[in-house]
Design a protein around this ligand. Sequence first.
Ligand code: G3H
Ligand code: 13P
Ligand code: NA
Ligand code: ZN
Length: 311
Amino acid sequence: MYVNTKEILEKASKNYYAVPAFNINNLEFLIAILQGAAEKKAPVIIETSEGAIKYAGNGDPLRGAKFFVETVKNYAETLDIPIALHLDHGKNLEYIAAAIKAGYSSVMIDASHEVFEKNLEITKEVVKWAHASGVSVEAELGQLAGIEDNVMAEENVLVDPEQAKIFVEKTGVDFLAPAIGTSHGAFKFKGEAKLDFERLKKVKELTKIPLVLHGASSVPKKFVELAEKYGANLGGAKGVPQEDIKECVKLGINKVNTDTDLRIAFLAGLRKHLLENEKEFDPRKYFKQGMEFVKEVVMERLEFLNAAGKA
Ligand code: G3H
Ligand code: 13P
Ligand code: NA
Ligand code: ZN
């Protein structure tokens, strides 16, 4: 069934587990993710970036947003697990409005690049509109960018727990993404992974709402090596170890954003199949291996985040 993200995350927050939020661009990812979640009897969050909506709508945000809502809703009605659809990193009000109008379960307003007061003001406004339509809201504090080169970010880039408390109280936001040392993409750390667990713990204590970990891909060695075996070049790829994510879940993370791992798994399957089957030109056949690998990543995440069996 198609549900509000808040319903999924409040249950996770009360029971100390996390639900993965998987980014999709196309039907193949969606089908593979939903199959994996259904097999694991787990709740799941599907998310689309503004870029994904633009791609699906051929440039028209409302057309793209409606496409995803209709597709996810229709598929969700056939499955006996809670499924939510979320706008990831909403930065343009046009996309946020389109997602709310189309019927997304939740939206993220990412004004984390603005100074604290401005972020608070914009987030508060979006919360007002979204809540009026029954849509829940995620916001971000601190910045993910700038946490490169294995340099622990400056104090002002990671979330300030005291500010988080004020931010949550004043905006009425439903979930918060605190920057604690992760970054987006396949190249997260040059040396050892380093997250600020102490800071995360304080944010949870002071806000008590569901928290979100962005940049949470683990960049599985198996699929990186397989993609490289079939011609990809992903030298230096490194993600967040599963053990670190589990620690984050103990400390209050309830939504674990994952895009890169699915992309790499799909790439590995696609490259493998195409290079091994030179005569293949049926997309249902050459996407199949990629979809199987995406499903494998999905099922493994549902398992180690303890979302399996929670539908
Ligand atoms: O946070 C970023 C997500 O991985 C989505 O990326 O804007 O390329 O769709 P995208
Ligand atoms: P990854 O690039 O680590 O998969 O992060 C995805 C993300 O945070 C989407 O918002
Ligand atoms: Na998000
Ligand atoms: Zn993100």
